[in-house]
Design a protein. Structure first.
Length: 511
């Protein structure tokens, strides 16, 4: 079956719509940085390609360190003015921004498809979660804020590429609603056009946003260490996060550092295999490129045959392909579980790790083959990795102890509860975990010993929306916890001597 691109969804179509929607922020061949309240044609634009098919897209305009410092100083000036804007006016401006984002919802989603490879369903969900989540704060900000006041300086946001809207834009708008100017660094690996459009819509409503691009090495002095910064909010990997954590700890700066961990799903004295089979495909959304993905199953050896009988048919139903490839140009968007990984380098790295794990003793239980009907004829597919399941990754493999951030499941077999807990706690802390067991007493006894911020009973846990709290144990989180009231508390000042719930260098406080 020959496929074609869905009508009206090419990168050029999306780009022309950006030029029409926000001409102040886009040029024919580049996006602009936004600082000091103006769109700036500065920075050296890097070449970039889409993971969808390897074709060119617009890359980030990377600033140097001196310009980044100027942007931070200008943001402090904005912050000092914005913190005195009455709350009803701040609420009205953020609400107007949400209306504008809603108006351009489909364009924002299409940009996510091209820039980071999200299937249409998940791209729209990312946009909707941002809008709906911030509306919850707009509606409840009076009670959430109470007598709290803005921070002394702007909030600096450094986030990974996988959720530009529902994580980064969501956080920025709530931070601004609470009375802070906000700075965002565009992720190096993708999302610059989506974020540029979102920030353009916010800037039109008078939200004090700053949007800059650049390498972490060049911009860290300004975005992390600068004395003007009131709080650093970081979402990313442990290596970069550790460097940020050291810097903010040395400076005594407010911080929110969400880092990776190996989220695990334990199986112990469990018999609801139909329930497990139903959830397996959902765990592969966006190719497990998210902080709350479950890449590790820890399975009771006696139940391994029943587990496989449920797991393998479910994982074989996964649909992977080009997010915009259809049989006829006017067909609906394809229904996919995921598309490409973020780039070819990540796809090669993960494929190499799988091969090395097998060479060192891991047993391949499932390796999916591509379906040519889900791709365009002759397209570049080098960023695509199809589902893989390995039994017993060797201790020498990164897949044994680290999050793969791709569609690779690993399974570890255990014989005792002590082994179960040890295997589920392999990465010194995680964001989420799940334990499937028929016995409520067993769950209540074992769940507190699993080092994850959220532990589900037979169901996956997520980052959460609205009033649901979020954080991490161990090395998966540093600084203040967020979600609901805690997000507002994390970016505002409370009474003297206040101890925020979180994981800090000198204390750990659960909410």
């Amino acid at each position: 079956m020959a496929t074609t691109l869905k009508a009206g969804t090419s990168w050029n179509d999306a780009w022309q719509r950006c030029l029409g929607a926000a001409p102040e922020a886009f040029r024919d061949d580049r996006v602009l940085n936004f600082w000091n309240g103006e769109w700036q044609a500065d920075g050296r634009t890097l070449p970039a390609t889409t993971p969808v098919d390897g074709s060119p897209v617009v890359g980030p305009p990377r600033l140097d360190a001196d310009t980044a410092h100027q942007a931070v100083r200008a943001s402090l000036d904005q912050h000092r003015a914005w913190r005195h804007v009455p709350l009803p006016e701040r609420r009205a401006r953020v609400a107007a921004t949400l209306d504008a984002l809603t108006q351009h919802r489909d364009l924002l989603a299409l940009l996510l498809v091209w820039e980071i490879g999200k299937p249409w369903r998940l791209a729209r969900a990312d946009v909707d979660r941002a809008i709906d989540g911030v509306r919850w704060y707009v509606d409840g900000i009076d009670e959430l804020l109470g007598d709290r006041t803005p921070l002394a300086g702007p909030v600096s946001n450094i986030a990974s590429w996988n959720y530009p809207m529902s994580v980064l834009v969501h956080a920025m708008l709530v931070q601004a609603l609470a009375g802070n100017a906000v700075i965002a660094k565009t992720p190096t690996d993708g999302g610059v056009s989506c974020l540029t459009l979102a920030c353009a819509l916010a800037a039109r409503e008078g939200i004090p946003v700053t949007l800059v691009s650049g390498s972490g090495g060049q911009l860290s002095q300004a975005l992390v260490r600068a004395p003007e910064i009131g709080c650093v909010s970081f979402v990313g990997g442990r290596d970069t996060g550790a460097a940020v954590a050291t810097a903010v700890a040395d400076l005594g700066k407010r911080h929110i550092l969400e880092q990776e961990g190996l989220n695990t799903w334990g199986i112990w004295n469990h018999t609801d295999w139909d329930g497990l089979a139903a959830v397996i495909p959902k765990l592969f959304d966006y190719g497990k490129q998210r902080c709350t993905a479950y890449p590790r199953f820890v399975v009771q050896r006696d139940a391994f045959d029943a587990f496989l009988a449920a797991y393998l048919p479910a994982v074989r139903t996964l649909r992977v392909g080009h997010p915009l490839a259809v049989e006829n140009a006017e067909d609906p968007y394809p229904q996919l579980d995921f598309g490409p990984l973020i780039n070819t380098a990540k796809a090669k790295e993960l494929t190499d790790q799988v091969g090395e794990a097998i060479d060192r003793g891991a047993v391949p239980l499932h390796r999916a083959a591509p379906d040519p009907d889900r791709f365009l004829p002759g397209q570049d597919t080098s960023a695509y990795v199809h589902p893989v399941t390995l039994l017993g990754p060797p201790p020498s493999s990164p897949l044994h102890h680290a999050e793969p951030f791709g569609p690779v499941d690993t399974i570890v077999l255990v014989d005792t509860e002590a082994e179960l807990l040890a295997a589920m706690n392999a990465s010194n802390g995680a964001l989420v975990a799940t334990l499937s067991t028929d016995d409520e007493e067993t769950y209540e006894r074992l769940a507190p010993q699993i080092r994850a911020f959220k532990v589900g009973h037979g169901k996956p846990r997520s980052r959460g929306d609205r009033d649901e709290l979020f954080g991490g144990f161990g090395a998966s989180w540093r600084g203040a916890f967020v979600g609901g009231e805690l997000l507002v508390r994390a970016v505002t000042q409370g009474p003297a001597g206040e101890r925020l719930p979180g994981n800090f260098p000198d204390y750990h406080l659960m909410p």
